[in-house]
Design a protein around this ligand. Structure first.
Ligand SMILES: [Zn+2]
Ligand SMILES: [Zn+2]
Length: 263
């Protein structure tokens, strides 16, 4: 659990405090809205996918093909992107948005803290959230593959594609989308992080999921900078082989359970 919020402990303290003051004073209604988690999840997902759409539109060119994980597979056409976007938007509007809003309702009465987190708290708590989410996702994902009923009814939809593209990070059954949103919310709640930290965690979480499904092993991908991350090649192998690489981001659980594969 994180320590109480003590701002201005580092040179970035005043900066974070000013940012937090602005968000808290000007946009507290938005911050406490029960619709915020689902709307943010959808919008950040689409925004982070946009650069990969551009890459896919030019993906047939020689220099880009070198970075594609399945170089022999042609990049998906715009039609596939639009179809996937429509499917995800309908799921969000009809189920994910109302259900998360209902679960979020009690939060409308929460009093926002006056202080921002320190930069150190922000870093430690985001990392703790990512570690916890990765752990919960790993065991949940393992169950989805080990129990045929769960696989058929919840996870199979996400495995329609052996070589996914970025937008397909959220091309999953409604129950799977909901379960992942809840695991992320639970991780932030358990770590007891500041709302600003929670926002950063959700943004990073979305980026990592998009990068995992992008189909590109780019020179500046996060897993090249941070070797304990699996990245797109790691998750791509999961989509093609199904029985390895169950963790979404880090690789330690797959190493421990003997389900790690690097191909
Ligand atoms: Zn996937
Ligand atoms: Zn899977």
């Amino acid at each position: 659990m994180s320590a109480p919020f003590t701002p201005r402990g580092t040179p970035c303290g005043p900066l974070l405090q000013n940012l937090w003051d602005y968000v808290r004073n000007e946009h507290d209604g938005v911050l406490l809205s029960p619709y915020l988690p689902a709307i943010c999840a959808l919008l950040t997902h689409v925004a982070f996918c946009a650069p990969f759409l551009v890459l896919d539109l030019f993906g047939a060119s020689e220099w880009l093909r070198a970075w594609r994980i399945s170089a022999e597979e042609p990049p998906p056409p715009l039609r596939a992107w639009l179809g996937c976007l429509w499917k995800i938007a309908v799921q969000y509007l009809t189920v994910v948005l109302p259900v998360t809003a209902l679960l979020q309702k009690p939060r409308g009465h929460v009093r926002l803290p006056e202080s921002s987190p320190t930069i150190w708290q922000l870093f430690v708590d985001v990392f703790a959230c990512l570690l916890l989410f990765d752990t919960l996702f790993f065991f949940w994902h393992l169950c989805l593959h080990r129990f045929p009923w769960l696989y058929r009814n919840i996870h199979q939809q996400h495995h329609q594609h052996q070589a996914p593209f970025a937008l397909q990070a959220q091309d999953a059954s409604t129950s799977e989308l909901l379960s992942l949103l809840l695991l992320a919310r639970f991780s932030a709640w358990f770590v007891n992080c500041h709302p600003l930290t929670e926002i950063l965690f959700h943004i990073l979480n979305t980026w990592l999921a998009v990068e995992d499904h992008s189909g590109y092993n780019l020179p500046w991908a996060l897993h090249r900078l941070l070797p304990f991350l699996g990245g797109a090649p790691h998750h791509h192998t999961h989509h093609s082989r199904h029985n390895v690489n169950f963790a979404p981001y880090f690789t330690h659980w797959d190493h421990l359970f003997g389900t790690y594969s690097w191909e």
